[in-house]
Structure formats: structure tokens, C-alpha cells
Design a protein around this ligand. Structure first.
Ligand SMILES: CC(C)(COP(=O)(O)OP(=O)(O)OC[C@H]1O[C@@H](n2cnc3c(N)ncnc32)[C@H](O)[C@@H]1OP(=O)(O)O)[C@@H](O)C(=O)NCCC(=O)NCCS
Length: 156
């Protein structure tokens, strides 16, 4: 069983730019997936795939040349699933204050070599903050049931 949280830190490069001169939203989504993946596989000690990405909210743009920090935190586990809260922060490298740019929940499922879901170590919240975040993950799961029913009607 690995650690519950993990951070990636790097500079936003000129190649990450969008048509408006800021960091491309698709690039931020890629970083979220990478940060979440690193956190998930660190926890389960094996391979995992993304099964769901929920409600990405872009609060503020990220500027090219800024230092980006992707903070990933395990907040809930099911049998094979790992719910990770990912928050993206950035700042000018020479400054100390980080801006909160993006938040989302991403869910990974641990799989074996045949892509079958396998059991992950259970997450037990410690302290008020982890209890609050686990409740948040469970509430979102409940809310998603209605959304998924609606989306199935689209697929049909
Ligand atoms: C992930 C995958 C192996 C799950 O297979 P599956 O047959 O749906 O498996 P199950 O129905 O047994 O569900 C497995 C887990 O996924 C969770 N899950 C399935 N659909 C979900 C959804 N829409 N949202 C959140 N969790 C979901 C289930 O709740 C279950 O979690 P639990 O074991 O903790 O209860 C399969 O859906 C898959 O291969 N998806 C594609 C993954 C992929 O290519 N990702 C992008 C690149 S990494």
C-alpha cells in the first residue's frame, strides 16, 4: 500500500499553448490524468486505467512559463476503484503564492494483465479533512447515478 497523495511539479512550456496564448485545456486534462494515474498506481501497487473523469472546472488560466503543481489525493476506494481528487495550482516561478487553476475528480480502476478489475487496498480516512473528502466522493457518486441514467438514454 502506497501513499495517499502525490504532487507533480514542472514548468508550462511554450508548446503547451492554446490559440489565446495560455495553456491549452487539453494539456491540463492530460496532466490531470497523469497526476491521478501516478497517485492511483502508487496506492494499488499495480496498473490502473481511467474509468471516469468528473466535472473538470477551470477556475483560472495557466500562463506559459509558470510553475505548475498537480496535487493528487486519494479520497475514496471501492472494490477495484480509486477516487482521486486532482487540483492544479500554478505560480510565477519567482513568486511564492500559488493560484488554484483547476479541480476535478478522476476515478481509476486497478486491472490485471487481461484488463479485469482487481481489488485495491481499502482507503480509511484519517482526520477531519480526509473524512470530509471521502463524504464528498460518495456524494458525487450518488449524484452521478442520475447523470449516468440520463446519458444511457442518449446512447440508446
Ligand atoms: C475500467 C474497466 C476495466 C472496468 O470494467 P467493467 O467491466 O466496467 O468493470 P465493473 O463493472 O466490474 O466496474 C469496475 C469498477 O469500475 C467502476 N465504474 C464502472 N463504471 C464507472 C463509471 N461510469 N463511473 C465511476 N466508476 C465506474 C465500478 O463502480 C467498479 O468499481 P468498484 O470495483 O470499486 O465497485 C473497463 O470499463 C475499461 O477497460 N474501460 C476503458 C478504460 C480506458 O481505456 N481508459 C482510458 C485509458 S487508461
Amino acid at each position: 500500500m502506497g501513499t495517499k497523495s502525490l504532487a507533480l511539479r514542472f514548468l508550462a512550456e511554450p508548446s503547451d499553448v492554446n490559440f489565446g496564448g495560455k495553456v491549452h485545456g487539453g494539456m491540463v486534462m492530460k496532466w490531470i490524468d497523469q497526476g491521478g494515474f501516478a497517485c492511483a498506481v502508487n496506492w494499488c501497487g499495480g496498473y490502473a486505467v481511467t474509468v471516469y473523469v468528473g466535472g473538470i472546472r477551470f477556475f483560472k488560466p495557466i500562463h506559459i512559463g509558470n510553475l505548475v503543481e498537480i496535487r493528487s489525493k486519494l479520497i475514496h476506494t471501492g472494490k477495484s476503484s480509486m477516487h482521486i481528487a486532482v487540483d492544479v495550482f500554478s505560480k510565477k516561478p519567482e513568486e511564492s503564492h500559488y493560484v488554484h487553476n483547476t479541480h476535478c475528480i478522476i476515478i481509476f480502476v486497478a486491472v490485471d494483465k487481461d484488463n479485469h478489475p482487481i481489488t485495491v487496498p481499502a482507503f480509511f480516512p484519517e482526520g477531519e479533512e480526509e473524512i470530509r473528502l471521502q463524504k464528498y466522493a460518495i456524494r458525487l457518486m450518488e449524484l452521478r447515478k442520475g447523470i449516468e441514467e440520463e446519458m444511457q438514454s442518449f446512447q440508446a
